[in-house]
Design a protein. Sequence first.
Length: 652
Amino acid sequence: MDENTNTDSENRPSEELVEESAKSDDEKSKTDGMSQFDLESRYPNLKGWEMIGFHRQLGGEFWNILLQLASMALAVFMGAYIQPLVSPYPEIGGYSGIAGGLFAIVFTVFDVATNFGVGQFVAENRVTNPEKMMEYVRFFIWWQMMVGIVIITTLSWYTFEIIVYGQYAYLTWLLLVGLSQQWPNMLGIFRSCIDGFQHFDKSNLMNFLSGTVVGQLLNIAIVLVGRWYGDVHPEVGEIIGMAIAGSIGGYINGIMFFFVSIHFFNQITKPMGYSARDAFSFKFGRDVVKRCLIYGVQSSIVPVFASATSLLFLVWKTTMIPSYASWNALIGFAGSVAGNVNQFGTFDVRTALSEAYPNGKKNLAEFYVAYSMKWRMLFFSMMSVTFITIYPFFKLIYYNVSGLQYWIPALAFYYPQLVRQIWNPITGVPDMIMLGTFRIKQFTIARIIEISMDVVNLYLLLFVFDVQNTMNGITFLIAFDMIIPLTIKTVYCWIYCNRKIVKIKIYWMSSIILPAIAASPMFLFSWVWLNYVFYPLWSILGIILTATISILFAFIFMFFLMYFPILAIIGGFDDYMFYIFHKSVEISGPSKPMMKNMEKLVARAIKVAKKLKIHGRFGIPYEEAHKEIEELMELKASGKMIVMDDKAKKKP
């Protein structure tokens, strides 16, 4: 694709921001609002997370950086000490996965009216009609609570009357405990609303606390109780006891953070004159029910079809693959570690598209897609190189820490799972576009075709080619089994979105080539650290603490000291990108002190790029998109934002 070259006059705002970044806070406060891009001075009541623009998505990632670094360090440290206690056998996770898959189709069918998700309805109506927004929330709560009662009653009966006499009888109590989580069945409703409000600071904080801090501590305490109970009650057994306890811990965690999400929901909706209490009234119009059912039915076709085939796949794999629970847990563990390459930059801009596209801002929608892809690739390049280089540290932990010997086979699947992650930045783009622009029918057709190909693909692999008879075959079955249908579907949807909805442009130089160059020095750093620092530290601090420090420092060095400054020097930034970067840093929450320092490094690097005359040569055109942001801001400030009907959405 062609890259635009900014003129000297367009570079001046960036120069102002660069100078601001190098000044003290007092001096900087005097120059706020000088950039021609910044709209906060015109709309002082709509700052930060209320300001329309991609900085909200990027700010959400920056906000999360400090917490994610802490999570990674905690995961390594606690994993080495705690994993032998709470998850000594891979089968524990394997049994939980099998139990979770048996009833998944029933849950999906009963969620027919709410499968589209409340977040996009919230994003669409919060500005123009807050009362209508609350009606959607009320309907979602009412529906989920009612169907939860039906699900628990019917499936509990089925478990006692049917399951206990079949091949999955050993999962009976695990199934029953899992079923209890289907009531009230709406614990995540307010968290979804917060995502719809695009207040990613609050959602990131809840995700960190529930998944890392409270979730980990709760899991340790309860799973140890389950291990003790299973040990003294042979009829239950240690493995099933720990699996059941883990399920109970997850339920308790969900209840706790339901009340936390209510608190944040109230903070956001209070200026609108609403609170979480208003969400529990039985007050919503027929139009809300009708629209939820229309979109819900369309959205449910794919999940129901996918759940049915997933159940079929589960039966096939548990029947045809020996020790499937163990293999699934081992490969899944490697995938969960390798999957952290997508920890940053997921950029689900569906809510942003739902805000822009239905209101006639097609250029802005295209800009969101292009920028989300660019930043996704920036983060992916950085993270993938880092995870390639830190593998030796993980390997040394598992070979040298007592109690982790059952998990050593998972290391063989680490690099294959990293390779699998390469598809993720691309495959999710058309899905995000179609769902964000309400193209449910087209999305449904594409997914049904993909799932149908999945069935044929897996049948051939298992029953015709018998690939499960080798370790490489098992790896492919569990990690790569659906990659061919997924690739075919992605190509088709990519073409459709590009022709019928918005133009999808890949800016190869700034999105892929320059990020790869900026990340490459990490290979040299890792080699030097491993050979000249790691082993001396090991003799002093021990393997666990040394590996934790090494992995944490690798991310800090890559993220804060090397990657983005190098990227800026070689021309990876342009004026508007630096402006968005600057605005994102301003809302980066607990990460702000570190991000401000990184912003200063990037600002200085941009000065070097300017001297080399390569700054701004590879930017993404922003002029039309920024103009449409101004138009939306004017409508938002006046409360007159127009939302098109469904026909208009199809033909903007």
